[in-house]
Design a protein around this ligand. Structure first.
Ligand code: HEC
Ligand code: HEC
Ligand code: HEC
Length: 130
């Protein structure tokens, strides 16, 4: 009797352990006003990002790389957009946000500006002072 109860509990525990990654695979978008990671000595005011204003985009439109299947990686992770000095190219931190690619902030905003006039291209609209 005791043994079969133990087995049942084991099966339940194993089931839960296997199911967990399925939930972890869908992280929730953080609250608005998320301070983005900026390089040390940044000259522009840090950009605060609002996920709620970007619900029309798919998570993968921006989060195009993940660790395993669970966690989104930071934009400036090693092997990603980690080059703070370069202004252009795949590794460039600057180009990830201002370059012409559809995944870049400015790249998308410029592409959608006719139908989405609230997608800003002016510096102080993203780099908000204060
Ligand atoms: C659509 C949003 C957006 C617009 C518009 C924008 N930026 Fe950025 N910029 C970012 C993001 C996001 C970062 C990276 C996060 C951070 O540094 O706060 C960044 C980082 C930077 C950096 C590197 C960090 C630093 O502060 O030294 C510079 C330089 C910069 N932007 C200059 C500009 C200038 C100049 C303009 C206007 C011509 C501009 N940006 C317009 C989003 C934007
Ligand atoms: C328009 C672009 C965009 C879209 C769409 C988007 N995100 Fe993000 N998300 C970002 C940026 C930018 C960051 C900050 C990354 C950084 O600082 O390096 C971020 C950060 C995050 C983080 C990490 C928060 C932290 O504290 O570092 C999570 C989790 C996240 N997003 C979940 C989501 C989910 C879930 C969706 C889809 C429902 C989504 N995002 C859609 C741009 C986006
Ligand atoms: C795939 C397209 C797309 C990408 C990528 C994108 N945006 Fe946007 N963004 C939009 C659209 C569309 C709007 C207008 C939403 C509306 O009309 O309410 C918008 C609006 C905004 C606004 C004005 C509303 C607010 O939140 O104050 C800011 C600021 C902004 N985006 C910053 C960013 C930054 C910073 C990034 C990159 C980290 C980014 N966006 C990437 C499509 C995009």
């Amino acid at each position: 009797m005791k043994r079969s109860l133990f087995m049942t509990l084991m099966v339940v525990a194993l089931g839960l352990a296997l199911a967990l990654p399925l939930y972890a695979a869908a992280p929730k978008a953080p609250a608005d006003g998320l301070a983005m990671k900026a390089p040390a000595g940044a000259k522009q005011p840090v950009v605060k990002f609002n996920h709620s204003k970007h619900a029309s985009a798919k998570c993968v439109d921006c989060h195009h790389k993940k660790v395993g299947n669970t966690e989104f990686v930071k934009c400036d992770s090693k092997g990603c957009h980690a080059d703070y000095a370069a202004k252009t190219g795949k590794d460039s931190f600057y180009a990830a946000f201002h370059g012409p690619a559809a995944k870049s902030c400015l790249g998308c905003h410029k592409a959608v500006k006719d139908k989405s006039p609230n997608a800003p291209s002016a510096c102080p609209k993203c780099h908000v002072k204060g």
